[in-house]
Design a protein around this ligand. Structure first.
Ligand code: AMP
Length: 125
């Protein structure tokens, strides 16, 4: 069920629990600002999620309210994760869902990284 990205942050969302170590994840990268782990239901041969460590519902919340250092740290982390995974030469796709019509399901900002095959059209037609 898509979330309402205008609602306040819910500290019981599943990615908040991953950040607190309450549920496991297949971590591929971690630094001061970001955590990256494999998507539990991969939709490409490589499908990694990158999340900020701060409590932000969505890209909208993050871009409006996060301090510059957190934004820079997060954006750099996304690039680092893709680079470390060897995705640059063949290419990859970033995707962030924000709110109802996008289908966002987890109310903690996450950027999907897809790679490993030709990824097809940007949107289902
Ligand atoms: P979105 O629809 O953009 O909110 O994407 C949520 C993503 O989180 C989906 O691709 C799910 O497969 C993924 N997901 C949900 N729970 C977990 C989990 N515990 N560990 C890793 N990925 C998850």
């Amino acid at each position: 069920m898509p979330i309402d990205a205008t609602l306040p942050y819910d500290p019981d969302n599943i990615f908040a629990k991953i950040l607190r170590g309450e549920i496991p994840s297949k971590t591929v990268y971690e630094d001061e600002h970001a955590l990256a782990f494999h998507d539990v239901n991969p939709q490409a041969p490589q499908h990694i999620l990158v999340i900020p460590k701060g409590a932000y519902v969505s890209w909208d919340d993050f871009s409006a309210h996060a301090p510059d250092a957190e934004i820079a740290g997060f954006v750099r982390a996304v690039g680092t994760v893709a680079r470390n995974a060897g995705m640059v030469a063949e290419g990859y796709r970033l995707l962030a869902n924000i709110g109802q019509q996008s289908g966002q399901e987890v109310p903690h900002l996450h950027v999907h990284i897809f790679a490993g095959k030709p990824l097809g059209p940007m949107l289902v037609r």
